[in-house]
Design a binder for this molecule. Sequence first.
Ligand code: ADP
Ligand code: AMP
Length: 214
Amino acid sequence: MKIVMLGAPGAGKGTQAKKIAEKYGIPHISTGDIFRANIKGGTELGKKAKAYMDEGKLVPDDVTIGMLLDRISEADCAGGYVLDGFPRTIPQAESLTEALRKRGEKLDYAIDVNVPDASIVTRMAGRRACLACGATYHIVYNAPKTEGVCDSCGEKLVLRDDDKPETVQKRLTVYHDQTQPLFQYYEQAGILKTVDGTQDLNQVFSDIVAILGA
Ligand code: ADP
Ligand code: AMP
């Protein structure tokens, strides 16, 4: 099963993608996590990406597309995957479609986790991230067992630099300008499914399972 998660920054794509990955036994691939791991590791890719990320901008397509296509060529992706944060532009979506077409494959679902902008800033202000393992929490809606500590790996949780309100606003503008055209793209492909992302996160997941099949 090959799935892409769509939705505004902070809509809950990562939260749901992790649950999908676990239930269906497929890898969860987040381009944001890959960039953050590179920043942490001090790689050239990380240095390049950081400048864009800190400003709430998208990392250029020429960097992002190759990185993602390499990742989905790895052996663990043979049985499918759930992509979180990719594609974010029409050229990214077209490159993915084309790369899959060459292998005689296609995406099965594009799932839109729909949350209005008004709820996004609150969500992001409360998000806490583990930069070691990629786990995500919310101080109110999905709190870790011990405040400030990752349940999965015990590392310290942080407020991401790009989750500060002024950067979130910029990211939302970028989202509406560059990412929203993907809805029409996947609608035309006949694979777009929308779920109400303002519900409790377990209810959002039930709605997704109803689409994907138990
Ligand atoms: P995205 O991957 O779309 O940027 P996340 O999955 O990281 O978003 O979610 C953003 C924040 O909102 C996190 O702090 C997460 O714990 C919280 N969250 C996710 N889904 C819900 C939900 N249905 N209700 C309330 N908070 C949620
Ligand atoms: P995320 O973790 O998905 O919220 O992504 C964090 C940041 O990483 C984004 O604001 C972008 O700067 C960058 N990024 C992640 N995925 C992409 C992508 N597909 N295209 C361009 N930039 C991306």
